[in-house]
Design a binder for this molecule. Structure first.
Ligand SMILES: [Zn+2]
Length: 210
């Protein structure tokens, strides 16, 4: 994989570079990665100007793409930036593996894992490529933190796990889960016993306060 990281400062570029390599290996495997070139632009105020914390786009003809550009907003917390990077790398994987293809002859028509989807008839949150990206971003990030053994990552890891747990409280209807159940889900979602332990402690605390 050829990776260019541009903008911001050396320290952030290094972190982004390490995370991008880690995510790529987890998502694509060495063989697919070998032919891929990614440029990551770190930009200030992407969120303010374009309304998103990140974006990914292919740069060739869009069919089994090999060349991609990712843009990331640098005004957010580094934790959010690295989670957004994980999200955009899932999209890169979807294009590179030809799981996703945007028809060039029919505007707004996308093929995803064999299914044809009309963008206008579907809600953003129901796009299956987004469901996959949102579903994988936190797990990738937490595993990256553990892999790096960053001490600073402990806080970021805990916040990510808490965000995962918070999702249980946002559903409609009565609370019908126990801290143990959420802990079990968190442990398998993050592939980490530490995640399970932290989730249990966190959810127990909230349930006690409600
Ligand atoms: Zn997305």
């Amino acid at each position: 994989m050829i990776l260019h990281v541009k903008g911001s400062n050396k320290k952030l570029r290094k972190a982004v570079e390490q995370a991008a390599w880690y995510y790529a290996e987890k998502l694509m495997g060495k063989r697919l990665m070998a032919g891929i070139e990614i440029t990551i632009n770190l930009k200030k105020n992407l969120l303010a100007k374009e309304g998103n914390e990140g974006s990914a786009m292919w740069e060739d003809d869009g069919y089994r793409s090999r060349e991609f550009t990712i843009e990331l907003d640098t005004t957010v917390k580094i934790r959010n930036l690295l989670i957004t990077l994980a999200h955009e790398m899932v999209h890169v994987k979807q294009w590179a593996k030809d799981e996703m293809y945007e028809y060039t002859n029919t505007m707004g028509l996308v093929r995803f894992k064999g299914e044809k989807i009309h963008l206008e008839e579907t809600d953003y949150w129901d796009y299956p490529w987004e469901i996959e990206a949102y579903g994988k971003q936190l797990g990738l990030f937490v595993r990256f933190c553990e892999h790096m053994g960053f001490e600073k990552c402990d806080n970021m890891k805990e916040e990510a796990i808490e965000e995962f747990c918070d999702g249980y409280f946002y559903g409609e209807g009565e609370i019908d889960f126990t801290a143990e159940e959420v802990a079990e889900d968190a442990q398998s979602f993050f592939h980490s016993k530490m995640a399970g332990d932290h989730a249990k402690e966190y959810v127990t605390k909230i349930l006690g306060a409600l």
